[in-house]
Each structure stands twice: as structure tokens, then as C-alpha cells.
Design a binder for this molecule. Structure first.
Ligand code: ADP
Length: 334
């Protein structure tokens, strides 16, 4: 099956290095973020100092890692990459910080998952470019202050709300990444097709973009599956009809819903008359764990305006009934 998860799949990781945009100009979409970042970077360049620390927030697959690499490239700086979960012990972070060269960019992915002691070390590092190294244990322990090179922290998070106040306050600039419009996804696809040598036609790009859930990572993944189909069952050109036929094989529909998404909607509409129904009952009806329905299917169904979470349970919207070709009963919440 073809995963529509925005998290990277193993075969995404193989190609993503080659598909990442390298400069701000190459970075498609997100016009607000791009303009703001341009100013932040140009200001820092003119002053000859590292820019303020940058927080990138938004759902997976929208380009946060790519943007952090672009920030480093635009500054002509080196980038060091790590992640919140990897910084369990403060010693790990102290080692990274003390190895930085002046002007380096330190990228911490999933920064909301950083352990508390490492987070506290980060406060001082971000503010004063200093770390306190604790030597020894117990009552004899002493802390030795150590200067570190001025650097720029770029933090990425899918859950900005989960950051503690003190950490959030230390970022001078926060960029919120939005889901991409179909036209921007078409640009992402055209760029990827060029790099991968795929004959992508405009109508094929539009068809794939519409099914990509606003997410470049998913767009590029669908493109690769459609390419297989185009090469094996057609003449290699990715046209609208080839994209449709290919994505039918993988059960990805016109709105980018997969088999399970549709099963959830269909159960909601057909078995529970549009709801409201509790998440556990709904999950049993489709033979999945409640957490799978809640975390894998629902975010996109809610965003696509098909499903509403209400205090009394899940409810199908009018769009859901229409998508399934069904008519809501009179007086239903839809
Ligand atoms: P995140 O860190 O937010 O999960 P990534 O930066 O890893 O996202 O992006 C995933 C992939 O999607 C990248 O390798 C790249 O191929 C593509 N991508 C993301 N954003 C863009 C963009 N704005 N322009 C072009 N490609 C993009």
C-alpha cells in the first residue's frame, strides 16, 4: 500500500537529499515565511552578526528541515543537525554546543521533545552563548562556565504549543508553515520531475497536486509511484489519465483520501447515520485502533472539512456525505 503519512518513509529519505531546495529562491510557496526570513537573513548579513534564533513550526513534510539547511547556506555557514529526542542527556548537548564554530547553524528537529535538563542548558546558550559544565557529583559538584561560539539555533516543531514559555521566548523569529496550495504543489512537482528526469505534463501535475494533502513530501511520493505506472503501463509521460489510473491502483482518491480514510467516513455516514459517534465505536467499525483513527486519519479529514470533532463525538459534514455520493437525512447535523 501507499502511505499518505506526512512522516518520511524509508524510500522518501533516499531521494529527499536530491530533491531539497538549496536556496530561498528555489523554495516554493510559503511567501510570508520566505519574505520574513529574507529580511532576517539580510539584516544579519549586513550587521555581520549571526541572526536571531529561528523557530519553524508546522506539520511534517512542509519543508522545515529544508528551510534550516537553506538558512545555513544563505549565511554561508555550516549546519549541525540533531533532534530533541537525541538530546536526552545534557552532556550530549554540551558536546555539540562546545564544538560549534562562530556563525554555525544548529538545527534541532522536534525541539518540543527535548529533555528538561538539556532545555535549561539551551536557555543560557541561546541568550549568552555560554554553557555551565557540571563537574563531579553530589555536594562536591561544581559548575564551570564555558564560552561557546555565537551561533544561530534553528528549532523545528510540529507542536509549537508544546514548547515551554521560556524556550519559546528565546527565539527572535518564529515562522509558521502553512499547508501548500495546489498551484504551489504543482511547482514542487515540476521541480522534482526535472531533477528525477520524469516527463510530467501540466494536467498530470495538477492531478497529483490535488491528491497530495497540501504536503510537498506526499506530492513527491505520489509522483514516484505515478512514474512507475507511466513507465510500465504507458509511454512514460505523466498525464492526467496516467496519474488517475496509477493512483486508482493505490486507492488514493481525488481528494487524497486513502482506503482507511474512506472506510472511516463511510462507517460514520452509513453505519452511524452521520454521527455523533464516539471514537472507540468508530474505530471498532473499521477494525482499527482508536489511536490510528485519531492520529492517522482524522487530522486530514478534519482539515479537508469532512469530519468534525464535537463534545458528543465525531460527526460527518455535508462535504463528507457529498464525497461519498450520499444524501444526509433531514435534520441531521450535517
Ligand atoms: P519537514 O522537515 O517539515 O518534515 P522537509 O524539509 O524534510 O520537511 O521536506 C520534505 C521534502 O519535501 C523535501 O525533501 C523536499 O523534497 C520537499 N519540499 C518541502 N518543502 C519544499 C518546498 N518549499 N519546495 C520544494 N520542495 C519542498
Amino acid at each position: 500500500e501507499l502511505s499518505l503519512s506526512p512522516e518520511p518513509e524509508p524510500d522518501d529519505l533516499l531521494v529527499e537529499a536530491s530533491l531539497r531546495p538549496k536556496t530561498l529562491a528555489e523554495f516554493v510557496g510559503q511567501p510570508r515565511v520566505r519574505e520574513q526570513l529574507e529580511l532576517v537573513l539580510e539584516g544579519a548579513r549586513r550587521r555581520g552578526t549571526p541572526p536571531d534564533h529561528v523557530l519553524l513550526s508546522g506539520p511534517p513534510g512542509l519543508g522545515k528541515t529544508s528551510l534550516s539547511m537553506i538558512i545555513a547556506a544563505e549565511l554561508g555557514a555550516q549546519i549541525r543537525l540533531t533532534s530533541g529526542p537525541a538530546l536526552e542527556r545534557p552532556g550530549d548537548l554540551a558536546a555539540m554546543l562546545s564544538n560549534l564554530s562562530p556563525g554555525d547553524v544548529l538545527f534541532i528537529d522536534e525541539i518540543h521533545r527535548i529533555a528538561r535538563p538539556a532545555e535549561e542548558m539551551l536557555y543560557l546558550a541561546m541568550e549568552d552563548f555560554r554553557v555551565d559544565i557540571v563537574v563531579g557529583k553530589g555536594p562536591g559538584a561544581t559548575s564551570i562556565p564555558l564560552d561557546i561560539a555565537p551561533f544561530t539555533l534553528v528549532g523545528a516543531t510540529t507542536r509549537a504549543g508544546a514548547l515551554t514559555g521560556p524556550l519559546r521566548d528565546r527565539f527572535g523569529f518564529t515562522a509558521h508553515m502553512e499547508f501548500y496550495e495546489p498551484e504551489d504543489l504543482e511547482k514542487v512537482l515540476r521541480r522534482a520531475a526535472k531533477i528525477l528526469g520524469i516527463d510530467l505534463r501540466p494536467d498530470g501535475a495538477a492531478e497529483i497536486a490535488a491528491r497530495s494533502r497540501g504536503t510537498p513530501r506526499i506530492a513527491n511520493r505520489l509522483l514516484r509511484r505515478v512514474r512507475d505506472y507511466a513507465e510500465v503501463r504507458a509511454d512514460g509521460a505523466v498525464t492526467r489519465s496516467v496519474a488517475r489510473a496509477a493512483l486508482a491502483v493505490y486507492d488514493v482518491d481525488e481528494l487524497g483520501l486513502d482506503r482507511l480514510d474512506r472506510a472511516v467516513l463511510s462507517a460514520l455516514v452509513r453505519s452511524f447515520n452521520g454521527g455523533p459517534v464516539g471514537i472507540s465505536t468508530l474505530a471498532v467499525a473499521v477494525g482499527e485502533e482508536p489511536s490510528t483513527v485519531e492520529e492517522v486519519c482524522e487530522p486530514y479529514l478534519v482539515r479537508a472539512g469532512m469530519l468534525a470533532r464535537t463534545p458528543r463525538g465525531r460527526v460527518a459534514t455535508a462535504a463528507a456525505w457529498a464525497h461519498l455520493g450520499a444524501t444526509p437525512p433531514p435534520g441531521s447535523p450535517a
